[in-house]
Design a protein around this ligand. Structure first.
Ligand SMILES: Cc1ncc(COP(=O)(O)O)c(C=O)c1O
Length: 371
């Protein structure tokens, strides 16, 4: 018999994509965090060019230089933090970036403080690498709570945050970021911030801590360019950490998809001109749907960014999700997917047009109130 890694044994093998696959064909599937808008046309154009240029080989391990230069410029313009292109690694999506970053700064059996409720991919990555996860609570009964640096125990090797947050939609404040960075520095720990949804905020940016010293920025083009399948993200941070992350990446994926990289480069060359439309569309959906739930008396935070609502349903989330699924509306229960702090909530991905979302959210509100 084959022996399976101890680190994987206790781990749930269900994924949100699996719930989606089981949804009846005539139901409204609001599960997977994947934009419904078409891929950014400039990316598509870039891929066509890449194919005619024969760009189907490995790129440099760290990714296409011009793409890394654009990312450095973008981080400088948004946050005033200076990185050189050799401090940026192009990765297979934000997922590849987070994994490489965390593996680079932790050892098996070390403790990592993870914002909670958590994005399941973060939790899974940390468990695969054998880390112990310490929940860092940032949301309670439908509302954000201040993330307290005092909740970070001694001896952690990293603090991992997500802003805007999946599933809650909250953006951590400048004060929270600064305090958590200070706390991480006290422990000689890394502060890893996942900014996958940063473009889907009103200003297109979030708050980052003031110093580059222990900061690792994990980003993605999946959502803002609507290209989840192309697998392009990035990691920016101090040279030695990014070099270490590159070693991890060399072990699991070599480099990011060459066509995807070329596509994203084309979108940068054209000034990321479609992104504001994507932003406006998802922010508008979030405002309208949150308004419906709020009016119905369901505690729901108006997201600072991203395309999720995470209402508090005050009951076992699996029961409520099953009840809604019986009505043809499929959502993700807050527990077990987003950890124990997700219990009592549902995640609704706003990945259908408002003409379908609004009646569905009204029906959801009726069902939840009737429970
Ligand atoms: C917070 C967060 N980070 C990272 C990812 C991974 O996305 P990708 O690997 O497609 O960039 C997701 C996907 O849903 C996410 O929600």
């Amino acid at each position: 018999m084959i022996r399976i890694s101890e680190d994987l044994k206790g781990m749930a093998s269900h994924s949100i994509i699996e719930i989606s696959k089981k949804a009846p064909a005539d139901s409204l599937d609001l599960t997977v965090g994947e934009p419904d808008l078409p891929a950014d046309p400039d990316v598509v154009e870039g891929i066509k060019m890449a194919l005619s240029e024969g760009l189907t080989r490995y790129t440099a391990d760290e990714g296409i230089l011009e793409l890394r230069e654009h990312i450095c410029e973008q981080i400088k313009a948004k946050y005033g933090l200076s990185y050189s292109p050799d401090e940026v690694l192009i990765t297979p999506g934000g997922a590849g970036s987070f994994y490489a970053a965390m593996k680079a700064v932790t050892n098996p059996r070390e403790r990592v403080a993870l914002q909670s409720p958590w994005y399941p991919g973060h939790f899974r990555s940390l468990k695969v690498m054998g880390c112990e996860v310490i929940p860092l609570r940032s949301f309670e009964e439908g509302s954000p709570v201040r993330v307290s640096p005092e909740a970070v125990p001694r001896g952690v090797s990293a603090i991992a945050l997500c802003s805007p947050h999946n599933p809650t939609g909250q953006v951590l404040s400048a004060e929270e970021m600064e305090a958590l960075q200070r706390r991480a520095l006290e422990e000689d720990a890394a502060l890893v911030v996942d900014v996958t949804y940063e473009e889907l905020t009103p200003t297109g940016k979030v708050f980052l801590p003031p110093s580059r010293e222990n900061l690792l920025i994990s980003g993605s083009f999946s959502k803002s360019l609507c290209i989840t399948g192309l697998r392009v993200g990035y990691l920016a941070g101090p040279r030695e950490a990014v070099e270490a992350a590159k070693k991890v990446q060399l072990a699991f994926g070599l480099c990011a998809n060459s066509l995807g990289q070329r596509g994203v480069l084309e979108a940068y060359r054209k000034g990321m001109r479609r992104v504001p439309k994507v932003r406006e569309e998802y922010l508008n959906r979030a405002r309208r749907c949150q308004g419906i739930l709020q009016e119905a008396g369901i505690k729901t935070f108006q997201p600072d960014g991203g395309f999720f609502l995470f209402p508090y349903v005050a009951r076992r989330s699996r029961d409520v999700a099953s009840r809604l699924a019986a009505e043809g509306i499929v959502t993700v229960p807050g527990y077990p997917f987003f950890g124990p702090d997700g219990e009592g909530h549902l995640r609704i991905a706003l990945i259908r047009p408002l003409s379908e979302l609004e009646p569905a959210v009204r029906r959801m509100a009726e069902v939840i109130r009737g429970l």
